[in-house]
Design a binder for this molecule. Structure first.
Ligand code: GAL
Length: 664
């Protein structure tokens, strides 16, 4: 049966960019709620997320229901024109659950219990936890399903718990039985002939608990896959309940970007709205690029359609070693950047900064300084500007990207195993380096799964795909065969889907594609070490490659053991880069290859640090620098934020933003 048509973010936004955040009024006396509403209206807040951590308040004793306070809040929001994203509170069970049902608590790889007193202390595989979670979800959906304030469901929060406990063990085994059918198949896939690990009966198969030395990589890889699937089951169970009550209300759960616990490609397909929490470090000089990467990733998971910033910080977070505030203008810049790259919702954790609890030093839209504080004043400005942009932007698409960056959780999981050659080559960092090269070249990219249809892209970039399925390899070969240009970074195509190294150290068809006759050895580099290549330096990694006779171009290593051997090879439209070039070289290399493939940057002549993105016929210009710049923009435009006419150039101050519409 085809899936019934599901609602989308547009059903929640109703033509207005959502602006607001997590609202935790249970931390405050009711008088404060009215003050909150006044300030929300002042700031143009049109959406709040309620109930994320309210389970103990909603169900103070097993089976009890205390909905009165939430009734009053839902009404209060509706009366003031503020929509509600209603959360199921299932990420933080009340203490009574752990006390009465200790099996609901997860255990770590040493078998130690993760107790209540923090959050996310639930075992995804506990039948008791799932029963209680379903019951409270059912009652919330029944009670508020027809409430006029309800705009969206937010299931749980940042699903992330691993569990090595008894029920997880049994569930892992069931998952494996389903995947492999027989123990022989499992033994084969995990390579258990190594170190006498062969399993004779299913009950011997465990989650990868504490062991004397390195664990079986196949077992660890499958445990990650299983965990993502087990958490997804929890999500789907709650999603199905709310969808049954309210088929017209979209459902989401918020991702953490680059989080190992969920294969976001798989999850996103099961969400009506893809939402994400983004916390770049305000001190990171490339925080803007990190944001762009997360935006591109999330938009791609939303199949190019609008997506939601569920959480960001108006000021400092409080979970880094040192937590810096956002300098004036940065919150606005990063908020509008998200909109430029496809967001139809700009929300925060959280509305009002807490005065107690673990996050009392984490910023809120209303900081400890209150309504006169700089943070709230900037929030107000952002709210007003989003309202200005809503009509032209909401539901519009970002201009189709001509470049795709391939990203895969399985490749990530497998590449980070114990026993690898280098712990320096961190997958997210490598992906980030390649994306940064595109960002600096003013080229908007999508992300894609290696098995997705790539035919609409002129250039496909593979920062690294250590593990590739046969289907992914077929896909890449067909892409190049069909006229596409491909650039792959080091350690691509090394292992098959069981993490078995492919004969020759790289799939034979890929070697042929890139013009590699023999891949003799991998030569990882130490932290800070550089490999000299003609014209540039490589970092992190190098490879001892013998090129095929008919390779079209080569940039050789210079000096050292690899002297004269190819660092970069090209055969036809397929490039292989066996090291990570330093940023400026990677940028030039990629920009040249992109230009050759017919890819055009969004705008030419942009000053460094200025980002340009087109969405819905509008041109967003974002200055990530602290100095003012003049940006050449040929033609006549109207600036939507200032109402001014712009001819041939626009001035952007520190962290300045312009949104331009071509003058008719
Ligand atoms: C997120 C979480 C929020 C809050 C925030 C702080 O991971 O969903 O509840 O803790 O981080 O940055």
């Amino acid at each position: 049966m085809p899936e019934p048509q599901r609602p989308s973010l547009a059903d929640a936004t109703r033509g207005r960019i959502l602006f607001g955040g997590d609202y935790n009024p249970e931390q405050w006396p009711e008088e404060t709620w009215h003050e909150d509403v006044r300030l929300m209206k002042d700031a143009g807040v049109n959406s709040v997320t309620l109930g994320v951590f309210s389970w103990a308040k909603l169900e103070p004793r097993p089976g009890a229901r205390e909905f009165g306070w939430l009734d009053r809040l839902m009404d209060l929001m509706h009366d003031n024109g503020i929509g509600v994203v209603l959360a199921t509170p299932t990420s933080s069970p009340p203490p009574w659950m752990g006390r009465l049902h200790p099996e609901t608590l997860p255990r770590d790889e040493d078998g130690r219990t993760e107790w209540w007193g923090s959050r996310q202390h639930f075992s995804h595989s506990s039948a008791t936890y799932r029963r209680y979670a379903a019951a409270i979800t059912e009652d919330l959906a029944a009670r508020y399903g027809s409430h006029p304030a309800l705009r969206m469901w937010h299931i749980n929060n940042e699903y992330c718990t691993y569990d090595w406990g008894d029920e997880a063990e049994a569930a892992f085994r069931r998952w494996l039985q389903e995947k492999y059918g027989t123990l022989d198949a499992l033994n084969e896939a995990w390579g258990t002939a190594f170190w006498s690990q062969g399993y004779g009966v299913w009950n011997e198969v465990l989650p990868p608990r504490r062991a004397h030395y390195m664990k079986n990589p196949g077992q660890v890889l499958d445990f990650k896959r299983f965990t993502s699937d087990a958490l997804l089951e929890c999500y789907l169970a709650e999603r199905d309940i709310v969808a049954r009550h309210t088929p017209h209300i979209p459902v989401t759960t918020n991702f953490m970007p680059f989080w190992q616990g969920q294969d976001a490609w798989v999850w996103a397909e099961r969400e009506d709205v893809v939402s994400v929490d983004i916390y770049p470090d305000p001190r990171d000089p490339f925080g803007g690029q990190y944001g762009a990467l997360v935006h591109d990733m999330t938009r791609s998971q939303a199949c190019g359609g609008p997506w939601m910033v569920m959480e960001q910080a108006a000021g400092p977070v409080n979970w880094r070693g040192v937590n810096h505030p956002k300098p004036a203008g940065l919150n606005r810049l990063w908020s509008l950047q998200a909109v430029a790259r496809g967001a139809d919702a700009v929300c925060y954790f959280q509305w009002r900064q807490s005065r107690q609890g673990s996050e009392k030093f984490h910023s809120g839209m209303v900081s400890h300084a209150g309504e006169h504080g700089r943070t709230f004043q900037e929030v107000k400005r952002i709210g007003a500007e989003l309202a200005l942009l809503s009509e032209k932007v909401a539901d519009a698409r970002v201009e189709a990207a001509e470049v795709a960056v391939l990203l895969d959780w399985n490749a990530w999981w497998a590449s980070q195993q114990d026993g690898r050659l280098s712990s320096e080559a961190d997958y997210p960092q490598v992906v980030r380096a390649w994306h940064r090269a595109l960002w600096e070249a003013h080229t908007v990219a999508d992300f894609a799964h290696p098995e997705h249809d790539l035919s609409t892209y002129k250039l496909v970039v593979v920062p690294q795909l250590y593990l590739m399925t046969d289907a992914a390899i077929d896909n890449l070969l067909a892409y190049v065969e069909g006229g596409g240009t491909l650039v792959a970074g080091f350690q691509t195509g090394v292992a098959d889907e069981d993490d078995r190294v492919r004969a020759g150290g790289m799939d034979a068809r890929l070697r042929d594609l890139f013009g590699i006759r023999v891949l003799h050895e991998w030569w990882p580099l130490d932290a800070g070490e550089k490999a000299e290549v003609e014209g540039f330096h490589g970092t992190l990694w190098s490879e001892e490659i013998e090129a095929a006779d008919d390779v079209d171009a080569v940039m050789p290593y210079k000096g050292g053991e690899l002297d004269g051997l190819p660092a970069v090879l090209r055969r036809g439209r397929a490039w292989y880069v066996s090291t990570l070039p330093e940023p400026h070289t990677l940028r030039t290399l990629l920009a040249d290859i992109a230009a050759d493939a017919g890819v055009r940057p969004t705008l030419t002549g942009l000053p460094a640090g200025v980002e340009a993105v087109r969405r819905g016929g509008l041109l967003f210009l974002l200055n990530h620098g602290r100095d003012g710049v003049t940006v050449p923009v040929p033609g006549r435009h109207r600036s939507l934020l200032t109402g001014a006419d712009v001819t041939d150039a626009v001035e952007l101050g520190r962290y300045g933003v312009a949104v331009l519409e071509a003058a008719s």
